[in-house]
Design a protein around this ligand. Structure first.
Ligand SMILES: [Zn+2]
Length: 402
């Protein structure tokens, strides 16, 4: 049976609001490519169904301020999980991108039965609950390469996972659609939906912390490469004689400026003992240790040079720096800024670099954004699981009608 045209327009309006955030009726008409009269009619219907609400007024110069429409958070929700080597963080997010609840559990990714244990941790959260909005899907992000979000075959050396069919394992165990993606790509999707990326078609997300990564958004879509491995910025070679990296090569960027590298440098400089944690080194720098500050600034110099190379190649409109490592950014900056600017081509020297506040739930929020971005097709590579997410959204619409 063909889908009625009004349903298609309704889905397109929801997708536009999901991708762009609050919009006026005029903006929606332009984005969806239908007449303002049609938008008025469809929006009236969506407001009646409790999916869309008037959220704010945009000030205007003279005349009436434009009314902005946004998605109603409680109409549906998405779950997102970040899998790390030693823990799993999960968030429950409304349709409007607001975090409703978050959890964190210890997790041993290297254990032989890790995928089953992961499923056991996540399953209770997916059980239908009369009070809560329906779950559209579960986004899972991992620090490694993922072939595509639909099949979700993971290659993640830091988790000890080689060609692990995580997507298939979780789909068999969980009663909701599952999308799997590289963690930095998931952050880039979240930036595209809710962050600075909303205003840009071409931008670069780089992360520092335990690892170093990049998400490349090209023409509004994540660039995933041939096998989902694009953006492995941590393995950009920076030192011919550098230390050995987790990938097996020597001299990678991550082996020079990742958390473990900074600790190794600090131990060698006699600043901390071999059992020190990243927070100990940062505390030293925060409390005025020039030695500790130099460790960060030296890392900033190397990182700035590498990011300049990436900008020269990719030509992004803007760069966003994220990850646990940004908590010590004030100590990275003195090395990073001059190094970055002096290695950028003269025409790119003014490219803006924004360092955003980091939260423990940020990775998991990125994973949930994979699900929320699906109706708009903004993430690419969602396949059959993406169709299931869209079917669930249509189901929500049908249920609200009855
Ligand atoms: Zn490497």
């Amino acid at each position: 049976m063909p889908v009625p045209r009004s349903d298609l327009t309704r889905s397109a309006v929801l997708a536009a609001l999901g991708t762009s955030g609050p919009l006026s009726r005029t903006d929606i008409a332009r984005a969806v490519g239908v007449s303002p009269a049609t938008v008025t009619q469809v929006v009236k219907d969506l407001i009646a169904r409790g999916m869309v609400a008037e959220v704010q007024h945009r000030p205007s110069r003279g005349g009436r301020p434009a009314v902005l429409l946004g998605l109603v958070g409680e109409a549906g929700r998405a779950l997102g999980a970040k899998v790390a080597a030693d823990h799993v963080a999960v968030v429950d997010v409304g349709l409007d991108g607001a975090v409703r609840q978050s959890w964190e559990w210890p997790f041993d990714a290297v254990a032989a039965d890790a995928p089953d244990r992961l499923a056991d941790l996540l399953r209770p959260l997916t059980e239908p609950d009369r009070e809560s909005a329906p779950i559209l899907g579960f986004g899972i992000c991992v620090p490694g390469a993922v072939d595509d979000q639909d099949t979700g075959v993971v290659d993640a050396p830091t988790l000890g996972w080689r060609n692990l069919a995580l997507g298939a394992r979780l789909r068999a165990a969980l009663p909701v659609p599952v999308l799997v993606e590289n963690d930095v790509n998931a952050l880039a999707v979240a930036e595209r939906l809710y962050g600075r990326g909303r205003a840009h078609r071409n931008f670069l997300v780089v992360t520092i912390g335990r690892g170093v990564g990049a998400g490349l958004v090209v023409d509004g879509t994540i660039h995933r490469g041939t096998s989902g491995g694009a953006g492995e910025f941590g393995h950009f070679p920076v030192r011919p004689d550098g230390p050995r990296c987790s990938c097996g090569n020597t001299g990678c960027l991550e082996a020079a400026v990742g958390q473990q590298a900074l600790l190794t440098d600090a131990v060698a400089a006699g600043l901390v003992g071999t059992d020190a944690k990243p927070a100990d080194l940062q505390h030293l720098a925060d409390t005025g240790s020039t030695g500790a500050q130099r460790v960060f600034a030296d890392a900033g110099t190397i990182f700035g040079r590498a990011v300049a190379g990436l900008i020269n190649v990719m030509d992004p409109e803007t760069v966003i720096v994220l990850g646990e490592g940004t908590r010590g950014w004030q100590h990275w900056r003195p090395g990073f800024e001059p190094s970055l600017r002096s290695h950028l081509m003269p025409t790119r020297r003014a490219v803006p670099v924004a360092v955003e506040a980091w939260d423990d739930s940020s990775w998991a929020l990125g994973a949930a954004a994979l699900v929320l971005a699906t109706p708009s097709g903004a993430t690419g590579a969602t396949g059959d699981q993406g169709d299931l997410v869209r079917a669930r959204l249509d189901g929500v619409l049908a249920r609200e009608l009855s």
